[in-house]
Design a protein around this ligand. Sequence first.
Ligand SMILES: NC(=O)c1ccc[n+]([C@@H]2O[C@H](COP(=O)([O-])OP(=O)(O)OC[C@H]3O[C@@H](n4cnc5c(N)ncnc54)[C@H](O)[C@@H]3O)[C@@H](O)[C@H]2O)c1
Ligand SMILES: [Zn+2]
Length: 424
Amino acid sequence: MQIINVRTGRPYTVKIENGILSRAATLIAAGMEGRHTVIVTDDNVAPLYAESLRADLQAAGIRADLFVFPHGEGHKTVDTVTALLSFLVEKEITRRDFLVALGGGIVGDLCGFAAAIHLRGIPFVGIPTTLLAAVDSSVGGKTGVNLNGLKNQVGAFWQPSLVLCDPETFRTLPAADYADGMAEVIKYAILFDPALYKSLLGDFDLCEVIAKCVDLKRAVVEEDERDTGRRQLLNLGHTVGHAIEKCSGGSISHGKAVAMGTVLVTRAAVERGICKENFTASLQKLLLSHGLPDECPYPLTALLTYMKSDKSAAGMRLRWFYRERSVIAFSTRSRFPSFPHCFRRRICYDCYRFTRAPASGCDQRTRVEIRRAPRNHRGGTRRPYHKHCIIRALLRHARNARLPFGNGRVLHACGGRTDRHTDR
Ligand SMILES: NC(=O)c1ccc[n+]([C@@H]2O[C@H](COP(=O)([O-])OP(=O)(O)OC[C@H]3O[C@@H](n4cnc5c(N)ncnc54)[C@H](O)[C@@H]3O)[C@@H](O)[C@H]2O)c1
Ligand SMILES: [Zn+2]
């Protein structure tokens, strides 16, 4: 069994093992005996796994009820949450009790959100049954639902109490949904782990790959639980990906759109001479081998229109496109030993933009330094900084010291926290 401890505000454990679902009730009961639970799931997953889990929980001394809602993004809504909350009231679920999210990312997001707001928060256990949920949505505590056609417009940060992942459940998953999960796995490999990237080109142990991805996400989430900085790295390929999803009117799934988005971003990085040319070909080969598209059917101009017309965030989104391009350069340069000299510029490790100075080789000496970096600032003083990062650092320092500094405008001007990008 692979075990990963996530040390967020409320720590929890992720356990990954083939067949763990059959032991889930025992594992859950270990901390929750005598309590009452509601298993939340969708109508595809319910007939496959819900009844046996319910019977196991009952046998382990946990009274279990079942709430099933129709599958699909169209039902990830406030209405479904309201129905679930009414069900929880009807079943007299108290703060001592808990929920179980049995299903893909939609079930996890919706159930987690209901858990976050029912009686101002009750525990929930995640049992992801899609690859995407296993490697991405079940870890990190982002919960929420859609509103007025806007994805994840309403939500909360609410960490699960336990996550149990059984990769055997993916056997019943349609191939297209499985491929969507692989797009996120490839994203982690590009961002953080060249060995994982290589292993994906050949045979690999799925449990190990999931554990690796969960561990990579754990590290990012522990550092930036509220998604104000480093966690935004996980949006690689997503700015363009979201535009592709919109362009297709929803017919291209999230994973496939992200795959296309990553290729576009990589190509842009290559065109600017900041990423080695052969990286695009290698990425395309990897995507194709996992049943993912390697080309975007829409011209960049069409995508830009969507990015521009995207609510009030137009400017930010475009900026994000450029930042993503930088991120790919950053990750390929610093993480791929075989690409050590492919970048002509240095990257700022705080905002992932480029410094003006051309880099010589892999030397990462700083050009601009702040002498006394804030104590908790990643990277200390030995990394290159942009001027605006120095401003950010000073602002942070000022806040800690309770100095009367303005925030919004200055932060915005220096590409800081107002420049948020909502994924999922
Ligand atoms: N919270 C986060 O951090 C985060 C991260 C990424 C994505 N998300 C969200 O996750 C959602 C997408 O998740 P998803 O890709 O898992 O989609 P999903 O939950 O819709 O699952 C995909 C389909 O597979 C079915 N299914 C699930 N498990 C199955 C199984 N074992 N066998 C057969 N069928 C099964 C579902 O009923 C559904 O029809 C989106 O709403 C996205 O916003 C959230
Ligand atoms: Zn994604």
